[in-house]
Write a protein that binds this ligand. Structure first.
Ligand SMILES: Nc1nc2c(c(=O)[nH]1)N[C@H]1C(S)=C(S)[C@@H](COP(=O)(O)OP(=O)(O)OC[C@H]3O[C@@H](n4cnc5c(N)ncnc54)[C@H](O)[C@@H]3O)O[C@H]1N2
Ligand code: MOO
Length: 414
C-alpha cells in the first residue's frame, strides 16, 4: 500500500479554506456571548446618552447666566430644585436659577452648562454663589453624542468583546444571535497507548497518550469545544464505529496515529468505509507530518494526524487551526545561526529558538525528531524551508512562523 498522490502545502491550504463549517445560530443572553462570533448586525435601538446628563457633581445653569463669574465677583443663583438621581427634573430651568445635580443626573432641556461643585458655595438652602464662568455645554454629556439611534454598531461575523457587551446592555439589548461553538471530536488511536489521567504504570511497550490532551488544549485555545472519544484500539471495526459516532456528533473530527502504511494503520480505510467523498488527501509534501490524511464524510471534515506528537501538534496548527480560526499565522524573516540542510521535495517546518544578537533576531534550529515533544516545548517559532530549497546556510534568511506566549516577545521586541 502506498500513499495516494502527495499534495503540496498550498493545495492542502486551499482545500482547507474551501471547507465551510456552517455552524448553527442561537440566540443567547449577552453575558454568555463573550469571544463568540456575532451572527447578525446590531443597530442602536436608542441614542446614548438617551438624554442630556451631567458629567460632574454641581449646578446646572444657563451658561450666559454665569458669564464673568469669578472668586472676586461671584454670581448668585437661586436653586429651584435638587434633581434626584434616576429621576427626571420636575421643573423647567428658569433664567438666573440653577438646579443641584449629581454626576449622571438627567438635565432639564434648558440647561446649557454645569458648574462644578468646587467652583461654587452654597449660601443657603436655595441660594448658591458661582465663582467660575463656564462654556456652552461644558460638563454636559449631550444626548446622542456617543451613539445615535439607528447607527450600525456591530457587524455580523465580528468577535464579541466585553466592551461590546457593556454597549449592548447600555442600549437595553439583552439577547443576541451568535454562531454556536464548533465541536471538535478527538480520537487517539494506538494499542500502545494508556490514558494520561489513570494511575496505570508505564509498562515496557506502552506510552502515555499525550496527543489526546495536547489536542484537547489546542482545540480549546481556538475557542472551539473539544469532545474527547478516548483511546481507540488498532482494530478496523472498532475504529470505524468510533469514527462513525464522532462524525455524527461533531463538526470536525481529528484522529491521531494510524496514518502511515503499517499493517495496523486503518484510518484511511475507516474514513473510506463511512461515506463520500471519503479521503481527499493522504500525504502532504511536508516534514513533519507527511502521512497526514484529510477527508470528509457527510460534510464533516476529518483530519488524520500523525501519531508522532511533534507532527500532530504542528499539523494541527498548520491546517486545523487554519480552519477553526481563519487566522493566518504571524511570521518574521530572520537569519539562521547555522547551516540547515533540507532534502528538498518536502516543505520543512523546523522548530527554532529566537535570540537577539546586535539588534537582529537570529533563529537557531532545535532539530527535534517527530516524536520529541520535549524539544518542541523549547521552540519560539517554526522556520519554513520551501520544498524546492536544499536548505539554508548560516546567515541566510528564512521565514519563521511565530509562536506567541512562548516568552520570546518580551526579550526580543524590547
Ligand atoms: N514504512 C514507513 N513507515 C513510516 C513512514 C513511511 O513513510 N513509511 N512515515 C513515518 C512518518 S513520517 C510518520 S509521521 C509516522 C506516522 O505514523 P502514524 O500516524 O501511523 O502513527 P503511529 O504509527 O500510530 O504512531 C507513530 C508514533 O507516535 C506515537 N503515538 C501515537 N499516538 C500517540 C499518542 N496519542 N500520544 C503519544 N504518542 C503517540 C506512537 O507510539 C509512535 O511512536 O509513520 C512513520 N512510519
Ligand atoms: O512526517 Mo513524520 O511526522 O516526519 O515523522
Amino acid at each position: 500500500m502506498a500513499f495516494l498522490s502527495v499534495k503540496s502545502v498550498e493545495e492542502v491550504e486551499s482545500l482547507v479554506d474551501s471547507f465551510n463549517l456552517n455552524p448553527d445560530i442561537e440566540e443567547i443572553d449577552i453575558v454568555d456571548s463573550v469571544n463568540l462570533t456575532l451572527a447578525e448586525d446590531v443597530y442602536a435601538s436608542i441614542s446614548l446618552p438617551p438624554y442630556n446628563r451631567s458629567a460632574v457633581d454641581g449646578y446646572c445653569v444657563k451658561w450666559e447666566d454665569v458669564s464673568g463669574a469669578s472668586e472676586a465677583l461671584p454670581i448668585f443663583l437661586k436653586i429651584t430644585e435638587d434633581v434626584q438621581m434616576g429621576q427626571a427634573p420636575l421643573n423647567a430651568l428658569e433664567t438666573d436659577c440653577c438646579m443641584a445635580v449629581a454626576t449622571g443626573s438627567m438635565l432639564p432641556p434648558e440647561a446649557t452648562s454645569v458648574v462644578m461643585v468646587e467652583h461654587s458655595e452654597r449660601i443657603s438652602e436655595d441660594e448658591v454663589a458661582i465663582y467660575n464662568s463656564v462654556a456652552s455645554y461644558e460638563n454636559i454629556l449631550k444626548e446622542g453624542e456617543d451613539v445615535k439611534k439607528g447607527d450600525l454598531l456591530m457587524k455580523k461575523d465580528q468577535q464579541i468583546t466585553s466592551f461590546n457587551i457593556n454597549l449592548l446592555a447600555a442600549l437595553g439589548i439583552n439577547k443576541i444571535k451568535v454562531y454556536k461553538k464548533i465541536v471538535v471530536g478527538i480520537l487517539s488511536t494506538g494499542d500502545e497507548l494508556i490514558e494520561y489521567n489513570t494511575d496505570n504504570e508505564l509498562n515496557f511497550g506502552k506510552i502515555f497518550n499525550s496527543n489526546g490532551p495536547g489536542l484537547i488544549a489546542a482545540v480549546k485555545s481556538t475557542g472551539a469545544i473539544p469532545r474527547y472519544y478516548g483511546i481507540i484500539e488498532d482494530e478496523f471495526s472498532i475504529l470505524k464505529e468510533a469514527l462513525d459516532k464522532a462524525v455524527k456528533e461533531c463538526d470536525i473530527v481529528i484522529l491521531t496515529g494510524g496514518t502511515s502504511v503499517g499493517v495496523k494503520d486503518f484510518v484511511t480505510a475507516a474514513i473510506e468505509s463511512l461515506g463520500k467523498p471519503g479521503v481527499l488527501v493522504h500525504g502532504i509534501a511536508i516534514k513533519p507530518g507527511k502521512p497526514t490524511i484529510i477527508g470528509k464524510v457527510d460534510d464533516v471534515p476529518i483530519f488524520g494526524l500523525s501519531g508522532n506528537p511533534v507532527s500532530a501538534m504542528i499539523c494541527f496548527d498548520l491546517f486545523v487551526n487554519r480552519l477553526l480560526t481563519k487566522v493566518k499565522p504571524e511570521t518574521i524573516v530572520c537569519a539562521v545561526s547555522r547551516n540547515i540542510p533540507s532534502s528538498g521535495g518536502r516543505q520543512d517546518y523546523i522548530p527554532v529558538t529566537l535570540t537577539k544578537v546586535q539588534d537582529k533576531i537570529i533563529a537557531s534550529p532545535i532539530f527535534a525528531k517527530s516524536n520529541s515533544i520535549g524539544s518542541l516545548t523549547k521552540m519560539d517559532g517554526l522556520l519554513v524551508i520551501p520544498k524546492d530549497s536544499e536548505g539554508l546556510e548560516e546567515g541566510n534568511h528564512g521565514k519563521v512562523i511565530l509562536y506567541k506566549g512562548k516568552g520570546w516577545e518580551d526579550d526580543l521586541l524590547k
